[in-house]
Design a protein around this ligand. Structure first.
Ligand SMILES: Nc1ncnc2c1ncn2[C@@H]1O[C@H](COP(=O)(O)OP(=O)(O)OP(=O)(O)O)[C@@H](O)[C@H]1O
Length: 119
């Protein structure tokens, strides 16, 4: 049981590490909080909350794995190596794609509500 609980502590340390070292992680976390506030403001339906939760979760997960990959690459290849660069570029591309997909989902939920609200 103690080992099980320790797992949460280590995972939380990972989140703190990503938040304190990665500007993108901070940006995505703050964006997620703003989206959640907007969700309450526009009184999203359950299925919309599910889409928003999945989108936010995927971006945060992608950022965490990207950070893990960056740290690992810096550890095993501190000097310049084209393959080290490719690994980082691939991980960043994964984050970018996830972010674009989430932005599309978020915009398709919020834009009609913003238009309704403004009308
Ligand atoms: N060891 C390396 N060898 C070759 N190219 C590298 C190496 N490290 C980084 N790069 C190149 O520089 C880019 C930026 O790397 P960097 O480590 O600065 O990542 P980042 O995404 O800017 O993350 P952060 O600024 O949070 O550390 C990589 O995507 C890669 O193209």
């Amino acid at each position: 049981m103690k080992k099980f609980l320790k797992g949460f502590v280590y995972a939380w340390q990972g989140v703190i590490y990503a938040f304190s070292t990665q500007i993108n992680f901070k940006f995505h976390t703050i964006s997620a909080l703003l989206v959640i506030m907007a969700g309450y403001f526009f009184e999203l339906a359950l299925h919309e909350w599910i889409w928003i939760s999945v989108s936010i979760g995927l971006v945060i997960i992608a950022e965490l794995f990207n950070t893990a990959i960056e740290v690992l690459v810096d550890l095993v290849s501190p000097d310049y190596h084209p393959k080290a660069g490719a690994v980082k570029d691939l991980a960043s591309a994964g984050v970018l794609l996830t972010t674009l997909l989430s932005a599309i989902i978020g915009l398709s939920i919020f834009i009609p509500k913003i238009i309704d609200y403004a009308a």
